[in-house]
Design a protein around this ligand. Sequence first.
Ligand code: GLU
Length: 470
Amino acid sequence: MVITRFAPSPTGDLHIGSARTALFCWLWAKNQQGKFILRIEDTDRERSTEQAVNVILEGMAWLGLTWDEGPIYQTHRFDRYKQVAKDLLESGHAYKCYCTKERLEVLRDQQIAAKEKPRYDGYCLKFPHPPHDNLPYVIRFKTPQTGSVAFDDLVKGHIEIQNTELDDLILVRSDGTPTYNFTVVVDDWEMGITHVLRGDDHINNTPRQIHILKALGAKVPLYGHMPMLLGPDGKKLSKRDGAASVLDYRLQGILPDALLNYLVRLGWSHGDTEIFNIDEMIQYFNVNAINSSPSAINPEKLLWLNQHYLKTKPEKEVAAELAWHLERMGLDVKKGPALEQIVIAQRERCKTLLEMAQKSQFLFVDEVVFDEPSVNKNFTQETFPVLLSIIEKLRTVSSWQPEPINEAIKSVVTELGIKLGVIAQPIRIAVTGGTVSPPIDLTLFLLGKEKSLQRLEGALTLKNELFPEG
Ligand code: GLU
């Protein structure tokens, strides 16, 4: 069975590069009817925080990347790592090193002066006994000194490293805590991971990890190292490129489907297809088709995808996301119309959920706030009698639907011999406060009869303010 894992270190945001790694691991497990494990690599206790763990869990849940096992916390497994380190000492694959910081510094300086690569010289392997009793020690892995280590990376192809390039890395620090390379190996082994997909910043660790796995008699998984994401300019992705974390994208009003579709295409393709819903991604995803050259993010494409999903996703699901935004804006969603209706009315004219929430704010407020320049520009002395006629006519509308509302307004306009344009904006301002909203019949429909009439009547009082003499 295929078993993949996403193994973030909880030290900050859930970056979109990490989200892409998680997605690819998840997709491969789903495609192969395998298992996807979430493992929290929190051994760096100074940099790991509970808040960062929550950000990861929330981000994954929002994206729908559910895990079959976990979250497994490495800090809960320290006893196990200790045991494995002991086993490696006993089997002769590891040794205790008592070298002091000072000795290692001198060694390093000498190597640099001699233009050699700084590396541990195996001193304690040659002289295995502690100079004194009870000295602190680290546990080092005994790396083979001849031959090479090779693997066929799923993304980058064949990679081979001479063992002389590798030194005896530390498995357990002098304070007894295990190192990253060691915990990863123990976990990948014991969790039966078959495919390790991760960023190529880890590629130098892989030969070391393979050596340790072999020393443990473990089956070596397949590795796929993905190139980093680049900014739109093809340079290293930076904060300046806008959203960098999953939460940032959510705040900007992106739907999870759009972000997933966007991420899957950053480094993977299936013919020329751009739009993949989740089921299609699962069906077509293949680790062998991950691109070996880096992909640049493309904010316009994300917006295009977002609009696609805003228009096509079932309104109920879009509504759930819209609720999140409205609530963040401090609005009570129970005070407005059914959110599905808003989605239907607004989905064609918004690129993001944030925009939709902002443009729908007027439906939830207790009182509209008039935009003064709009009022001054659109209200004349003549506006008020027309508005009054409109109110009277709308009162008679029994089925409060866009069609009858539209007919009622039109009939007043025809009766009075005026143009619709003359009154449409004042109506809009009366009920929303400003000049931007869906078509006027739809706006009134969404707002409901009672609130619409109330607000239109409220606007009549503007007469005294604007034209105190009239
Ligand atoms: N914890 C590592 C990181 O967040 C990933 C380790 C791995 O995937 O092997 O970069």
